[in-house]
Design a protein around this ligand. Sequence first.
Ligand code: FE2
Ligand code: FE2
Length: 297
Amino acid sequence: MESPIRIDVSLLPPATRHDTIFKAYESLDEGQSLVLAIDHDPQPLFYEFSHKYPKSFGWDYLDKGPEKWRVLITRQQSITDRIVADLVMEDLSLGKVFDAYGIDFCCHGDISLEEACRCQKLDINEVLVAMKKKSGPGAFWQPHFEEWSVSLLIQYILENHHSWERHTLSDIEDLTIKVADHHGADFPNLKKVKELVGHLKYAIIDHFFEEENELFPMILKGSKSVELLKEIEKMKVEHAEVGAILTDLTLLTNNFQPPQQACSSFRLLYSKLGEFKQDILQHIHLENTLLVAKAVA
Ligand SMILES: [Fe+2]
Ligand SMILES: [Fe+2]
């Protein structure tokens, strides 16, 4: 048997770790594994894997701290290639979802989820979302944030939201410039989109800097000072500013719906902007509600 790839991210900056791990994972063939070494419990990463690769990866701890954690991560068959009968066997609650969509998981359940959706002319993404809602704990993206420690929550925010939003925003900015330069004459809104994306970038860079260097360290130290409350208020004001820019972008882009004649880069830009908005709204919600509640408790 081929020995697994080894990857140690302990010395990498936190913001780049998940990207490095996902790139390594995606370079694996089905059935291949990698051994991840890291300096803390990678539980948030497990949840991100569950979200990105539902029911299609193996996760086995080889060492569980206290200084070093090692996990054997195995690339398995993608969920869309899995046999529907097997999926129900693993998680009975999925039977109800398949029933609702007319997917036979009993007598004719020996076909892949993708094939079953094709036969029934179903949108597989819609089915996956319904499966995600119904599936049992741990199978999909169902983190119980309220049970997490404040340090785990901050680690999750940094490694998932801050990291992903930073590099996605940079991609969006490049794409906006390209699309606005090429199509700005035909679609005057693009000039304003470019301007708003610029504002968004600066607002977010400043905001992340403030959180990472002021607010989060204060929370991690267990501070309950007046300064902490001021930082929290500042965070909420900045969230509202980012929210306002996103509202303007939503209106300007007709809720990120590209015009019919839009080229593929134009479509990609709107799709990435919509995705970015969803991610940052979850991120803000997590900080404004759960993180604040845990910090001041
Ligand atoms: Fe944040
Ligand atoms: Fe924030």
